[in-house]
Design a protein around this ligand. Structure first.
Ligand code: 0X9
Ligand code: ZN
Length: 432
């Protein structure tokens, strides 16, 4: 389940040091720049205001705790526009716009336990922002690392853009394949697709696929890795939502931004890209309200980023396996997420359970059907499986905040590389 935290205990005292002059891009060099400093600090517990709402700023965002006994109650909260971040036994916490709180206040079945302005919440939990920025990779750094990897390994790697974002940034993809390069050369080899950072503030979800790419390049001569590079068609898009990422960090203080940066008609910012895919689009667990964190957009695939991912996957019928990295819950989710049902194909269902279980052993994450977390329609993995029969997993990485500090990167990346390499080992025949 999402974080079972009854109070916030945060690893915010860790700072990062970017060693002067250390500009290499190998996996070990990238990790060596992450230097923990300082001790963990505890955030103050939020004030409680049981079922009494404070004066709300009309466009304010809040960190709220609401009673919710089961996944159906959680699903209703998503529909009211709440972004559920932590799931406890009988309550949930997360972000909510003032309008969501008004909706909850008229629904007596949904008891709001506490409300604090989001900036107060963030300043309590994020004491290490400036240093954390140094270790996490922004768009320019991610782009330059991918290009560097491709140029240093040009016999097996190439980089190309899968399309432009709302603001015109390229969404970069590293392709690893010993016999096919670039965007347009097709390959008959079985394909694996690793995607990160579709949700802007989930910065750890860029680090995992980016450092996976660096690790694969460093280990390209290892017998098993060489075999995968020779026999598979591997794609890595570490940053699926570059505009959102840059929006989240551009002031030097995190904005807790989840969506892309489309300007909606009411001037609110963003569509939730993981509600914008055409898989039961904007039914359960999604919101039609522009201000909501779970806003599904004006129509399925209305957004350049989700359109680019759709076109990318549709053009590659060889794709067999897929991970979309998110944070944070320490879970490995498999379809369906938009329906309570199991996938109808028994062979696929068995493969989902087996692969999620094995990857769970390697990461320590819990393997569950996505809808057991909550039912949310329009998600990318449901679509990838429904349309392309791609065995698609959502990884909810570890942590106890969207901004867990840099000390978490090394362990998270290392265990997730094991899971990703396992998935590569199964990509030629996921049913074996
Ligand atoms: O809500 C989401 O999009 C994902 N969680 S996150 O905290 N990273 O935002 C979970 C998607 C899982 N899919 C479904 N339950 N459909
Ligand atoms: Zn996410």
């Amino acid at each position: 389940m999402k974080k079972l935290l009854l109070s916030l205990t945060l690893l915010t005292g860790f700072a990062l040091a970017l060693k002067a002059g250390d500009t290499g891009t190998s996996f070990e060099q990238l990790l060596s720049r992450i230097t923990p400093a300082g001790a963990p600090a505890a955030a103050p517990a939020p004030a409680t205001a049981k079922a009494v709402l404070p004066a709300l700023q009309p466009d304010g965002y809040y960190w709220v705790t609401v009673q919710a006994a089961d996944k159906y109650a959680r699903t209703r909260l998503l529909e009211a526009g709440m972004d559920i971040v932590e799931i406890h036994k009988d309550k949930v916490s997360g972000f909510a716009h003032a309008n969501t709180l008004k909706l909850l206040s008229v629904n007596k079945a949904m008891l709001v336990e506490s409300v604090i302005p989001v900036m107060d919440y963030l300043s309590a939990v994020n004491k290490d922002f400036p240093a954390a920025d140094a270790a996490y990779h922004n768009y320019a750094e991610t782009t330059s690392l991918l290009k560097d990897m491709a140029s240093k390994n040009s016999d097996i790697a190439s980089v190309f853009s899968i399309g432009k974002t709302t603001e015109g940034r390229d969404i970069w993809c590293l392709r690893i394949n010993s016999s096919a390069k670039g965007a347009s050369v097709k390959s008959e080899k079985p394909g694996a697709f690793f995607l990160g950072n579709v949700h802007a503030r989930e910065h750890l979800a860029d680090e995992v696929p980016l450092l996976l790419a660096a690790w694969l390049m460093d280990h390209r001569k290892d017998a098993d890795i060489k075999k995968y590079i020779d026999t598979l068609d591997i794609y890595i898009v570490p940053m699926g939502n570059p505009d959102g990422v840059e929006y989240d960090i551009k002031t030097g203080k995190y904005q807790s931004h989840r969506k892309n940066t489309r300007i909606n008609p009411d001037k609110s910012v963003g569509v939730d890209l993981n509600r914008n895919f055409d898989s039961w689009w904007c039914q359960q667990g999604a919101s039609h309200s522009t201000w909501a964190d779970t806003y599904c957009g004006p129509s399925a695939f209305s957004e350049p980023e989700s359109k680019a991912l759709k076109a990318f996957m549709e053009a590659r019928k060889n794709l067999k396996t897929h991970i979309s990295y998110h944070s944070y819950a320490s879970e490995i989710l498999y379809p369906w997420g938009g329906s309570d049902e199991d996938v109808p194909d028994q062979k696929d269902k068995a493969a989902f359970i087996k692969l999620a279980g094995e990857m769970g052993k390697l990461t320590g994450y819990s393997p569950i059907k996505s809808s057991e977390m909550y039912i949310a329609t329009g998600d990318s993995c449901d679509w990838a499986y429904a349309e392309g029969k791609i065995l698609a997993f959502t990884f909810e990485l570890e942590g106890n905040s969207f901004y867990p500090g840099a000390s978490i990167i090394t362990k998270t990346v290392n265990s997730n590389i094991k899971a990703a390499v396992y998935l590569l080992s199964m990509t030629a025949d996921p049913y074996k």
